[in-house]
Structures are given as structure tokens and as C-alpha cells.
Design a protein around this ligand. Structure first.
Ligand SMILES: Cc1cc2nc3c(=O)[nH]c(=O)nc-3n(C[C@H](O)[C@H](O)[C@H](O)COP(=O)(O)OP(=O)(O)OC[C@H]3O[C@@H](n4cnc5c(N)ncnc54)[C@H](O)[C@@H]3O)c2cc1C
Length: 560
């Protein structure tokens, strides 16, 4: 379809250029202009931590096509017949006159539009810390930020680095800085690191990153940044942490300023309110990407998530709509993945806390296991957590951590969430199987079955966090390890009593009937069998520790 519409797009990183590229393919006559206040276009912001670490060797790789063409203004002009104005900021929208004011070094002018697309992204949250303005304190959002960090690392260097904020970007950059030879501390104000996960899953990742030499301080607030002429330390929780480099990564909020000042509706999350066609409250103005408010498919509520994949999808939807093809965007389920040294960390849907806040009664299961049959070379551990609603058995969320293939399981879970499946339906999915790729019962299906056992009352679970609290409170209970003596010798949880599963039936007399028994094994499959044996023998206060030794995020002992 050829509309000849004048389409002005504000923002030139992900959602904006995607809108332009798709629209050009559909509408050869549209007059398309991208306005970008920065210098760079269509770059991979998600690749910046890997550019800092050196995994991505050259800046141009962040913004080049697979054929090596850099996506600059000339590229957009030649390849797509799209005009790009860089170093140009959109400052005002005149909705009546359908014009947008733009300012550059040459001054201000008005651009006429038939359709305006806002793809203005996010604004980083910058804490008002004394010393935040010191040299070598960074925020990583733009290519220039990465260049400045790289210049410091390559020049005078940084022995010590402090990352303020233990979210996805903080964790990715912590790894990058370790790769660049820094001693890194991560300061997180909340009681848990990586709040996109439930606490016990986040603790497993914390142990992994600590084993790689990163110091993690949770429940710790950065109070000030100190230095004379350049950063020297971060004072957090009363401690002085030496720092030659500081990264501040405490979050972002939608950049809806332009929309707000034009009187467009902004939702409760601060994102620009849009319909499924990505139209704002003014049908001639669209909003796409991080600046637009999303709808969560599990809760039905508005939400805000910064996500490069969603930004691209929404750009495509808006372009389709502008060109006259309906392509409604249904919403998101909050999927995210991140590399943390040797672990993949992935999640989708709701955490247990989010599920409770949304009014569900969540029931959760943790299922660790190899991501291929244990006999097949290269099988790696994956710890999977699933959450479902007790009343409806609907899947609410999934999380995966470990060296195994997390993306595949979380992507299937995300699909199940979008389809509104129950855990029973997930357990019966026809997923591919061959030993080089997965166990016969895929990790996701096993996790769904563990959760069904819980929902059906066959398995009574207790989380490792609850068990640790019982140990710390010196509760009188039996912490029953049903693995083999060899496994117990190799690694054991302090305070546990060993009765191997094979000997349990003849040693029932050693167990008290008036105390709680918490059984576990390597992954809690034998722990589950132990519960069944004990309950059949009349023990009625028996629980199985979710995930067994594999998912125990606290101290373990070993005799060797
Ligand atoms: C370090 C890092 C790692 C990330 N990793 C991942 C990841 O692994 N996976 C993932 O899904 N997401 C990741 N993200 C998030 C992802 O980059 C964003 O979701 C995505 O870039 C959003 O695209 P966008 O086009 O909506 O907004 P942005 O990329 O924020 O682009 C908005 C652009 O609009 C311009 N602009 C704003 N206002 C104006 C104005 N008034 N006039 C002119 N121009 C304006 C800005 O200069 C900016 O260039 C990461 C982000 C960062 C910073």
C-alpha cells in the first residue's frame, strides 16, 4: 500500500528504526524522518556490556548489518530512503497543527507530520548521591558511555570497581569489569540481588558470582561517592569500598516527557498509554518501545518493562498499522535472560511475590536436573522453578538458573503463559527429545510434574529459605538426607542426618513421630520418595526440601 504519509519518528535506537524499516517495505511513498538527539543510530544497546568486556571487539559491530554496513544516516538514506536527523531533539508537539518542534545546533524548526511515532525510550534513574558527578562515575546507556568506560579501563585502568544496583545491567557489567581485571563489588539496597527472581533463585546466582570473585552487598544503601578530582571510594552501609570506577545502574523509567507535555495520556507506570495498535490517546501519534506502557498477559494490568525484543515487535506493529494492516500487539509476559559468568539466568511471568501481590495464591516447585540425559556428554545442571495458581492451576511464572540451557525452557514457559495454560497442559506438551538435546522428560515437564504433585497433595514442599530459617532458629526437626553415604561424604548440608533411601524402610524406628521431618536428596526426587514412604508408615509431618542439595543456596560442607 502506498500512502504518501509524512511520518516523523522520534528516537533512533531500536523501536524507531524498526518502525521506519518496516514502514518503508510496506509503503514506498511514505515520507519518513527519524529524529535522534544522540549521535548514533540503530545500535545494539544490549551489546554494550559485551563491548566493555571486549567480547565485542569494535564499536561498529554494535551498529552494522550482518554484511558490515554501518547503519548511519547515509545508510538510512541510501538503503531505505529515510531521512535521519541526528544531534536533533524533538522539544514540542503541536497536536492541532500536526507539527513537531526540533532543535539542533542550527536552531529550532517545525516538522509537519501526518503520523508521529514516539520511540523515546527510557531515562536512567540517577540517585542524588554526594559525589555522583565525580569523573569515572558512569551510567551505561549509550555508546558514548561504553566508550568512556573503555577509555578509562584501557588508559589509567581501574583496580577496584563498584556497581551500584544488582539488577540485570549491574550484573552484566560486573562480569565485564571482572573480565577487564577489576576487583568488583555490587551494592544492592534491597535484601536480595537480582530482584527479577525469587530470593532463593537469586541467592544461587549470588553464590555463583561470589565464587567468581565479585563481592555482593545486599540490604546495603550507597550513601556517598568520595574522591578528590576523581572517584576513589563508595561509602555504602557504613563501609568504605575502594573504587577507581563506579557504575550506577539502579533502574530506568519511561521517557514520556514529550508525550506528557503534549497532553497525551500516561499510565500508572509512567509509560505512554497505548492501545493494541500502539496508538496513544491521539490516534495520529503512536508510541513504541520502552516509552510505551505494556499490558501484562498474566495479570491483565499495565506494566513497564525495558526490553529490546518488545521494542522491535512494537515498531513493526505500529508500521503495519500506519500502512493500513491491523496487527494488534497483545501484551507481554515479562521474559528476560542474562548471562552471569557460567550461568544463564532467565525468567518469565510472575515471581511468587508478584503473584501474591496480583491476588493469586501461588504454589511453587523447584526442579534441578541435567539439561540432557545424565549419561550424555556435556549435560549441564539447570535449576528450574515454576509457579502456578492454586485455584486454577494456571501457570503464573518460571525462572531458571544454572549452566544448562535456560532459554529453551523459559521460552516454552513464556509461550505457555501467553496461551494461559495450566501446569497440567504444560506437563503434556509435545517437546522435542533426543539425547544430545534434552532428557526424555524435558526439565520443564519434570518441573510441571513436581508442581502438579504439590497441587494434588502428593508432595509437601518446603523452600530452602524456610529450612534455613528453621535451622537458624534452632527448631527441633529432623533434616533427613536420603542420598548415599558417598554423596553425603562428598558434600552435605550442615545439620542433616543421613539415612539412605534404600535403608529407610528398615530404619523407620530411628525417626521420631512427634517432630517434623524435612527430607531431601540431590535434587529432591528421592526426597519425594522418602516422603511417600514415611507418610505410608504413618508419619504425618513430613516435607520435602524444594530442589535438594542442588538448589541449597547456603553453606555446604565436605569431608574431602
Ligand atoms: C546496557 C544495556 C543492556 C541491555 N540488555 C538488554 C538485553 O539483554 N535484552 C533486552 O531485551 N533489553 C536489553 N536492554 C534494553 C534495550 O536496550 C531497550 O529495551 C531498547 O533499547 C529500547 O529501545 P527503544 O528504541 O524503545 O529506546 P532506546 O533504546 O532508549 O532509544 C530511545 C532513543 O530516543 C532518543 N530520544 C529520546 N527523546 C528524544 C527526543 N525528545 N528527541 C530526539 N531523540 C530522543 C534517545 O536519545 C534514544 O537514543 C539493555 C539496555 C542497556 C542500556
Amino acid at each position: 500500500m502506498s500512502t504518501g504519509k509524512r511520518v516523523v519518528i522520534i528516537g533512533g535506537v531500536a523501536a524507531g528504526p524498526k518502525t521506519a524499516a518496516r514502514l518503508r517495505r510496506l509503503d514506498p511513498a511514505a515520507d519518513i524522518t527519524i529524529v535522534e538527539k544522540g549521535a548514533f543510530l540503530s545500535y545494539a544497546g544490549c551489546g554494550l556490556p559485551y563491548y566493555v568486556s571486549g567480547v565485542i571487539g569494535e564499536q561498529k559491530h554494535l551498529m552494522a548489518t550482518p554484511q558490515g554496513l554501518v547503519r548511519d544516516a547515509a545508510f538510512f538514506r541510501k538503503m531505505m530512503n529515510v531521512t535521519v536527523l541526528t544531534h536533533t531533539e524533538a522539544t514540542r508537539i503541536d497536536r492541532e497543527g500536526r507539527q513537531v518542534e526540533v532543535r539542533s545546533a542550527e536552531g529550532a524548526r517545525w516538522l509537519d507530520y501526518d503520523v508521529l511515532v514516539l520511540a523515546t525510550g527510557v531515562k536512567p534513574i540517577v540517585p542524588r548521591l554526594p559525589g555522583i558527578e565525580l569523573p569515572n562515575v558512569f551510567i551505561l546507556r549509550r555508546v558514548e558511555d561504553a566508550e568512556a568506560m573503555k577509555a578509562l579501563l584501557a588508559g589509567e585502568g581501574a583496580k577496584n570497581a563498584v556497581v551500584i544496583g544488582g539488577g540485570l545491567i549491574g550484573v552484566e557489567v560486573a562480569e565485564a569489569l571482572v573480565a577487564r581485571g577489576c576487583r568488583v563489588a555490587v551494592v544492592e539496597m534491597l535484601p536480595q540481588f537480582l530482584p527479577i527472581l525469587d530470593p532463593e533463585m537469586a541467592l544461587l546466582v549470588q553464590r555463583h558470582i561470589e565464587a567468581k570473585g565479585v563481592r555482593v552487598l545486599t540490604s546495603t544503601t550507597a550513601e556517598r561517592i568520595e574522591g578528590a578530582g576523581r572517584v576513589e571510594a563508595v561509602v555504602a552501609g557504613g563501609q568504605r569500598l575502594p573504587a577507581d570506577l563506579v557504575l550506577v545502574a539502579i533502574g530506568v523509567r519511561p521517557n514520556s516527557d514529550l508525550a506528557r507535555s503534549a497532553g497525551l495520556e500516561v499510565g500508572p507506570t509512567g509509560g505512554i498509554r497505548v492501545n493494541a495498535a500502539m496508538q496513544t490517546s491521539d490516534p495520529n501519534i503512536y508510541a513504541v518501545g520502552d516509552c510505551a506502557e505494556d499490558r501484562h498477559l498474566v495479570t491483565g494490568a499495565p506494566c513497564f518493562v525495558s526490553n529490546g525484543a518488545t521494542a522491535n515487535k512494537q515498531g513493526r506493529v505500529a508500521a503495519n498499522q500506519i500502512a493500513g494492516f491491523a496487527d494488534p500487539f497483545p501484551g507481554i509476559v515479562g521474559s528476560a535472560i542474562c548471562k552471569v559468568f557460567d550461568y544463564a539466568v532467565a525468567r518469565t511471568g510472575l515471581t511468587e511475590r508478584q503473584a501474591r501481590e496480583a491476588g493469586f495464591e501461588p504454589v511453587a516447585a523447584i526442579a534441578p536436573g541435567p539439561d540432557k540425559p545424565h549419561y550424555y556428554p556435556g549435560a549441564k545442571l539447570l535449576i528450574l522453578k515454576l509457579i502456578a495458581d492454586r485455584a486454577t492451576r494456571r501457570l503464573l511464572g518460571a525462572q531458571a538458573v544454572g549452566p544448562g540451557d535456560a532459554a529453551r525452557r523459559i521460552d516454552v514457559a513464556a509461550t505457555a503463559l501467553a496461551a494461559g495454560m495450566t501446569v497440567d497442559q504444560v506437563a503434556h506438551l509435545d517437546l522435542c527429545y533426543a539425547p544430545p538435546y534434552s532428557p526424555p522428560l524435558d526439565n520443564l515437564i519434570t518441573a510441571a510434574n513436581v508442581l502438579r504433585n504439590k497441587l494434588d497433595g502428593h508432595l509437601h514442599g518446603i523452600s530452602p529459605i524456610e529450612v534455613k530459617a528453621k535451622i537458624d532458629a534452632r527448631d527441633d526437626f529432623v533434616f533427613l538426607d536420603v542420598r548415599t553415604p558417598a554423596e553425603h561424604d562428598a558434600v552435605r548440608i550442615p545439620g542433616s542426618t543421613l539415612i539412605p533411601l534404600g535403608a529407610l524402610r528398615e530404619r523407620l524406628g530411628e525417626l521420631p513421630r512427634d517432630k517434623q521431618i524435612v527430607a531431601f536428596c540431590a535434587i529432591s526426587l528421592r526426597g519425594y520418595s522418602a516422603e511417600r514412604i514415611l507418610r505410608a508408615a504413618g508419619f504425618d509431618n513430613v516435607h520435602v526440601m524444594d530442589g535438594g542439595v542442588a538448589a541449597w543456596p547456603y553453606e555446604k560442607a565436605s569431608r574431602q
